[in-house]
Every structure is written in C-alpha cells, then in structure tokens.
Design a protein around this ligand. Structure first.
Ligand SMILES: Nc1nc2c(ncn2[C@@H]2O[C@H](COP(=O)(O)OP(=O)(O)OP(=O)(O)O)[C@@H](O)[C@H]2O)c(=O)[nH]1
Ligand SMILES: [Mg+2]
Length: 299
C-alpha cells in the first residue's frame, strides 16, 4: 500500500484550494477570488485501492513583513518539511514575478520531490509557455524530469494524470486515516471556515483580510429518543473596525442575513445532521497584530 503527505504550495490565488477540492471530490477548503483566503494547513484525503494520499493545502506564499503574513508564510514553509511530495502550483494567467522566484528558491532543497502544476489552462489568457520558460531558467531539473503538468483545477483537466503519478511515486506505507475520511477538520473549524468564505464572497475589497470567525457556543441537541436533533451554533464574525462591521451587517442587516443563510445552507449539506447558525458581528481592533489570537488561529 502507498501512503504520502503531499503539500500544495504557491502564490495567493493560484488555485491551491480549488485543486484540493476538485481532486478530493468534496468541499474541503474554502475558495474565493480574493488572495490569502486560506489561513491554515488544511488536509484533504483520498483513499483508493493503491493506498492513501493526504494533501495539505497551505496559505498562499506572499512575502511581506506584516506579522499576519509572516505567520502565514511560516505555515506554508513548515508544510514543505512535513511532506513526501510537493505540488507547486503556478497561475499561468499571471506573469511569473518576484514571488514565484522566491518560492522556487524556497523549494530548491526539495526539487527532487517537487511536481509543478501549471494551473488555469482553461482561461484564454493562460500562458503556459511563459511559465515553462520561467521553470526552465530557475528549476531545469524539475523540467527535465518531466514533472511539469498543465491542469485546470476548476474543470479537473489533467488531474487524472497527476493522481496516477502521485500514486506511482508515493512511498509505501499504511493509511493514516479511515478510508471514508476526506478531511480531518473538526466541526467547529469547518463552521468557522464556511462562515468566513460566505462573508468574503458576499462582501467587498480589502475587508476579507480583516475578518475572522469566533465560535461563542456550540451545542448538539438531542431528541428524547437519543437521536441527534440539530447542531446549534452561535458564532461571531469579527472585524477590525466599526466601518467594516457596518459593511458586514449591511443596510437593514441584509448582508449578515445573507451570509448566515448561505453558510447555514452549505453546513447542512456537509454535516449529516441539521445545523442552526446564530451569527452576529463584532469588532476586535488590531487583532492581526495580536500574537495570542494569531497563534490560536493560524496553525
Ligand atoms: N478559471 C479558473 N479559475 C480558477 C482555477 N483554479 C482556481 N481558480 C479561481 O481562482 C481563484 C482563487 O482560487 P483559490 O483556490 O481560492 O486559490 P488559492 O491558491 O487557494 O488562494 P489562497 O488560499 O488565497 O492562497 C478563485 O476565484 C477560483 O475559482 C482554474 O483552474 N481555472
Ligand atoms: Mg486557498
């Protein structure tokens, strides 16, 4: 049997989380058009007759000295050490810039276990030739070993080839998780992520980086028969400023109502029981500079 830890690394918005979801066939990691959506090392699991692959989605690699970004960068870096195989995802619709160069540098000690995925080939502005040129210059070994693959994380094009290769090169080992697991995330974390995703996708501009979700209370309610009735959750969307709180709430509370109902709908599809979400908005100024909060949130 094969068993491997496979980390997915790349610039923000390259499509890492989309790839994870498509390849696992389940919604594992949240996705948005806004860079720096993923903030944790999120595991997605595939079990087949050949063995088990454990994918680790990571926060987009972005070089900035802001405390929040340094935490995210360190998380992505630590995933490299922990993995048997690395998937480096490049967005072929953007010219490879300084950040891509930095990622290649970071990957250098790991080239022999790195595959490169050239993503978003379904879009007409995709320019895989430019990406290939960049890889040839910076990492000829990877190019020469035939480990560069054009893919589309959205349509799934090319993913079968990747899976086949991954099972080929994965080391022998026992499965780490039961075969019906597709992620190891706890219900509390899943609620936080889905709520954050809906808030990002229903709000605007710079807001996404300024919010996080806090679970205030979570309780499983049972029927007299002992059967689960529902999961009741009270959560807060936490912004940095009052003005952001206003945007999240929206006129007449319209936006927060929409966020709540979309999140609850998706959670009901994910969990085998009913979920009732009570969602409120509050402000926690400068939380992104607070080590206590960051340590608890970014792991
Ligand atoms: N057309 C197209 N869009 C894609 C593809 N892969 C991802 N996207 C889009 O790109 C955006 C970013 O996708 P994510 O999966 O959130 O990217 P990410 O690399 O996880 O981003 P971070 O978590 O911020 O690092 C979303 O709007 C996706 O729908 C693809 O293959 N084709
Ligand atoms: Mg992501």
């Amino acid at each position: 049997m094969k068993s491997a830890f496979i980390s997915i690394i790349g610039r923000p918005s390259a499509g890492k989380s989309t790839f994870l979801n498509t390849i696992c066939g389940e919604k594992v990691s949240i996705v948005s058009p806004v860079p720096q959506t993923t903030r944790n090392k999120i595991r997605g699991i595939i079990t087949r007759d050949e063995g088990q692959l454990i994918f680790i989605d990571t926060p987009g690699y972005h070089n900035s000295e802001k405390k929040f970004n340094v935490y995210l960068k360190d998380l992505a870096g630590s995933a490299l050490e922990e993995s048997d195989i690395i998937l480096y995802m490049i967005d072929t619709t953007r010219p490879p810039g300084k950040e891509e160069g930095e990622i290649l540098e970071l990957l250098k000690p790991h080239y022999s276990k790195t595959l490169i995925l050239m993503n978003k080939t379904d879009l007409h502005e995709s320019n895989p030739a430019a990406a290939a040129e960049f890889i040839k210059e910076g990492a000829a070994e990877i190019m020469d070993s035939g480990s560069v693959f054009p893919v589309s994380a959205v349509t799934g094009k090319g993913l079968d080839t990747i899976l086949k290769r991954l099972f080929e090169i994965a080391p022998e080992g026992d499965p780490m998780y039961p075969e019906d697991y597709y992620t190891d995330q706890q219900p509390e974390f899943r609620v936080m992520e889905i709520v954050r995703e809906k808030a990002i996708n229903l709000s605007r501009q710079e807001l996404p980086h300024s919010i996080y979700v806090e679970i205030a209370d979570m309780e499983m309610k049972y029927k007299e028969s002992g059967e689960i009735k529902k999961l009741w959750v009270r959560a807060f969307l936490v912004a940095e400023r009052d003005s952001q709180k206003g945007i999240l709430v929206g006129r007449g509370g319209e936006n927060i109502k929409k966020i709540r109902s979309e999140a609850q709908k998706e959670l009901n599809g994910i969990f085998p029981y009913n979920v009732h979400l009570d969602l409120r908005v509050k402000v926690n100024p400068k939380w992104r500079r607070n080590d206590g909060i960051l340590k608890k949130m970014l792991y």
